[in-house]
Structures are given as C-alpha cells and as structure tokens.
Ligand binder design. Structure first.
Ligand SMILES: [Mn+2]
Length: 332
C-alpha cells in the first residue's frame, strides 16, 4: 500500500482548475456524499467542476443540497479526474473519452482492496468512509466548507458506519460527525429519516419476497437469500435500496456470514457479503474476484443464479469446515 499522499493531493486540488469527479457503479451514500462534498468545495473555491453520476440521482439522496448540480454525462475535458470511494478502475463510472488528454487521475478511497490505479493515490483503509478522508482533505487544505458540504459528508460517514452502529465507528468518526453538526447546523435526524427510515412501498414489497428465500446453513453459521430477474421485473426498485437488504442475513443471532445473491442481469450475479465477527469477508469475496472491507464485501459472478449459488455456498461450506476453531474465538 502506498503511503498516503496528502500533500500531493492537496497541491493538485490547489494548482489545477478543471476537475471531473466520478465514483463507482450503483453509488451508495459514501460515494455520492464524497463526490458531492469535494465537488462543491472545489466549485466554492472558484474551480470549474463537473460531478458525474451516469445513472442519475438515486431517490434516497435526492434531498442533498447541491445534488442537482451533478450531471449524467461530462461536457468538458478536465485537467484532473477525481475518483471517489471506488476500489477498481473498471468500476469507475466515467466515459473513456474523458481520459483522451491524459488528465491526472487521483484515486481517493478507503477500500483495503484498492489497487492504487490512480497517478496519485490517497487510500486509507483505516478510514470508516471516503467521506472521512474528504473531510480531512478539506480541513488540511483549507478549502472552505458550508452546510451543503457538511450534509454530504455527514451522509457519507453515516451510511458507511450504518448510522454509527458498525465496528468502524471510532471516536474520530463521532468527533467529525459532531463537528459537522455543531459548525454547520445540519440535522442528523433529518438525514437519518431521509436515508435510513424512508423506503418506497415497492422496496418493502420486494423485501418481503426476498426474505421468503432466506435460509440458514446446517451448521447455523451462515445464511443467504436471493433476488432473481423475475422479482426485479415485478417491482420498480432502485438498486441502492436493494443493497441494504443484505443486512437481514447477518442480523440473525449466531450467524457469522450473511450472503445476498442478486441476479442484476440475466446470468450476472452480484453477491453482497456481510460478517459480524471473526470472518474477513473481503478475503472470501476476493476468491470470486471481488473485494471490499472485513465486514462488508462484494463480488460479481457470471452464470445462472442457481449454479452461482451452489458454487459459492459450497465454497463457504468448505471454508467453515476448515476453520472450525474460529468459533471458539468468537465466544470470548
Ligand atoms: Mn465507502
């Protein structure tokens, strides 16, 4: 892993004037919040900025101030491309033409699996969210912040920590959140309501169908459920809402690993992995070409849903057979 290049990133942000910002496919709160916060801060500093969300604005984050300044397609050639919360170059949602004049590619992320695909990389796996890195970047570089930027950063950090419930909720995370609330008068309850409490009716109906597929392994150590093309076609639900379903698998008492299989396209299965303790699911997902964090990871596997499920569940069964002793660690 490269040593964090704070100074290099800060000098690039100050020196150049034309920036395009992008994030990963199916952007979550951290990706969108980080993109928006850094984009708004650069624009506020008088830079020419384009924040690109090719799939449009997910309904869940429609409330964020400034979000409607994002564009579906970039309109100019930037000097610098900023990639946020994106672990792989292939997942960066920006058109290839944007790189025609070889802009400086800056990769800002907290995924441990990030391979450092940027010319300049600021990768801090210990950060709870990319939003935390962006907050520190703005503070260190002296770029001015405002309530819109603070809302975006708070949303980024809150979503990636499960609204301050996950193990990555450190004192520093809480102290940054407190600063955002105190200094910019943003409302945690309003953001929690919009992001966390408010679901579409269709998403709850779809959840009911998905939950009816929930199963627990014979050894009671892992659980899984699935979503197929037939269910997706029946309800109009954004992928961002569907992504959160996975937490039901790992919320079952005693379960160590939870899996959610999503047939996002025919014969393309996106698998979300969750773990409560002991098991590093980023390593398990890596076996299938994916990655992520210790307790939350993902991978994409080609093939018919039933065959992919059998393959992954067989792998997981063997993993637990070989790691029987880990259970005693969990009892401590
Ligand atoms: Mn993130």
């Amino acid at each position: 892993m490269n040593t964090p290049s704070w100074e290099r990133v800060i000098s690039i942000l100050k020196k150049y004037n034309r920036f395009t910002l992008g994030c990963h496919l199916y952007p979550d709160g951290d990706a969108i919040g980080s993109l928006l916060a850094l984009g708004l801060a650069l624009a506020k500093a008088g830079k020419e900025v384009e924040m690109v969300l090719p799939e449009g604005i997910p309904l869940t984050f429609d409330f964020l101030p400034g979000i409607h300044q994002t564009v579906i397609y970039p309109s100019f050639q930037p000097e610098v491309v900023l990639s946020l919360d994106c672990a792989e170059r292939a997942r960066l949602q920006l058109p290839e033409e944007l790189f025609d004049h070889d802009p400086v590619l800056v990769n800002i992320d907290h995924h441990i699996s990030n391979d450092g695909f940027g010319h300049v990389n600021l990768i801090l796996p210990e950060a709870a969210a990319t939003g935390q890195i962006v907050f520190q970047l703005l503070r260190k570089s002296g770029f001015a912040m405002d309530a819109a930027i603070a809302s975006a950063l708070y949303t980024a950090i809150a979503t990636d920590t499960g609204f301050f419930r996950y193990a990555n909720t450190t004192g520093e995370v809480l102290s940054i959140a407190a600063k955002l609330v105190e200094e910019y008068q943003i409302s945690p309850s309003f953001i929690a309501e919009r992001v966390y409490e408010e679901k579409s009716f269709a998403s709850i109906r779809l959840l009911a169908e998905v939950l009816s597929t929930l199963q627990v392994s014979e050894n009671q150590r892992y659980s899984w459920m699935y979503l197929n093309q037939e269910m997706i076609r029946k309800y109009e639900v954004e992928m961002e809402e569907i992504d959160n379903y996975v937490n039901y698998t790992s919320s079952i008492r005693g379960i160590e690993v939870g899996l959610f299989f999503k047939e996002t396209k025919p014969d393309v299965v996106k698998i979300s992995w969750r773990s409560k303790a002991g098991v590093d699911v980023s390593r398990l997902a890596a076996h299938f070409g994916g990655g992520g964090h210790t307790r939350a990871a993902g991978c994409l596997v080609q093939g018919p849903l039933p065959a992919v499920m059998t393959e992954v569940l067989t792998f997981l069964h063997h993993y637990f057979e070989e790691n029987m002793q880990e259970r005693t660690d969990l009892m401590v």
